[in-house]
Design a protein around this ligand. Structure first.
Ligand code: CP
Ligand code: NVA
Length: 317
């Protein structure tokens, strides 16, 4: 009686599944819509309003790297929506024992409603999404961290309004966060200065594609001049722990501190995705600087990802 399955297969194949693997999966209007919805969901929660539109929906959270903010924000967000979140570590699942991504994607997505993945190679989230029947969210790969940008751009909007036409300076490694800032600059139309030592540039292809708005500087002081937002991140990302000492030497001139903030515009904000290493990429006092919105930025992971999950679930029906 195999023909009984055809309508189901057809329905799955015809579903328009929206994934969020990089910021380029969103138009500018959709990015703005998610920021505004995040701000709305935040004020609803602050008013104590119960908003649970997704009872019985289950979010799978696949983690191949450590996390505090990402796990807590996704799990809390889905619980607040009336759904459930399931933590899946590669250490305890067959993913860690080499089960192919496409088999895992087919099986996991057949039982869940939405999946987030934090992993190493970006091709893993791409492969998973290709074989998934439900929306897939990139919760950080070696190449991109788009969820963090949703929270960062929400935070900027709350303090300063639209970022279009502004100048942002990224200080430090040309890493996954830097790549997502390049994509954000493209989608939201801002200028991006990148201050990094030679040898730690972001992807040359990505920079070349965005050469109309992205400029690389070797001198941090030149880069922050006239900037509206200064952002940095750890010098050694997850998976680069063995390079820590070498990187401390290479990045010694790339610390964000109050003196550096003074060179930016008077109203400039400071962000860091956290976790931070005080005394390395930031001075001991930087998180307490009046320009710092870092802890609001961290809280906004919750609101921004709730807005994202709502967007993807509704768009993929
Ligand atoms: N910023 C961020 O993604 O934090 P976690 O690694 O703690 O999830
Ligand atoms: N670049 C950092 C971001 C952590 C949220 C890393 O990949 O470890």
């Amino acid at each position: 009686m195999s023909f009984c399955y055809w309508p189901l297969l057809l329905e799955t194949a015809m579903k328009n599944i929206r994934h969020f693997l990089t910021l380029l999966d969103l138009s500018q209007a959709e990015f703005h819509q998610i920021i505004h919805r995040a701000i709305e969901l935040k004020s609803m929660r602050n008013r104590g309003e119960n908003f649970a539109p997704f009872p019985n929906k289950v979010l799978g959270m696949i983690f191949e790297k450590s996390s505090t903010r990402t796990r807590v924000s996704f799990e809390a967000g889905m619980a607040q929506f009336g759904g459930h979140a399931m933590f899946l570590s590669s250490r305890d699942t067959q993913l860690g024992r080499g089960e192919p991504i496409q088999d895992s994607a087919k099986v996991i997505s057949s039982m869940l409603d939405i999946v987030m993945i934090r992993t190493f190679s970006h091709s893993i989230v791409e492969d998973f999404a290709k074989h998934s029947s439900v929306p897939v969210i990139n919760a950080l790969t070696d190449d991109y961290h788009p969820c963090q940008l949703l929270a960062d751009m929400q935070t900027y909007w709350e303090h300063r309004g639209d970022i279009q036409g502004k100048t942002v300076t990224w200080v430090g490694d040309g890493n996954n966060m830097c790549h997502s800032y390049i994509n954000a600059a493209k989608v939201l139309d801002f200028k991006l200065n990148i201050a990094c030592p030679a040898g730690y540039d972001p992807s040359p292809e990505l920079v070349a594609k965005n050469s109309d708005r992205v400029t690389i500087f070797r001198d941090i002081k030149d880069a922050v001049h006239n900037s509206d937002l200064i952002v940095t991140d750890v010098w050694a990302s997850m998976g680069q722990e063995q390079e820590q000492l070498a990187r401390e030497k290479s990045f010694a001139d790339y610390q964000v501190n109050p003196e550096i903030m003074h060179l930016a515009n008077k109203e400039a904000l400071f962000m860091h995705c956290l976790p931070a290493h005080r005394g390395e990429e930031i001075s001991d006092d930087m998180l307490d600087n009046p320009s710092s919105v870092v802890f609001e930025e961290a809280e906004n992971r919750l609101h921004a990802q709730k807005a994202l999950m709502e967007f993807l679930l509704n768009a993929s029906q």
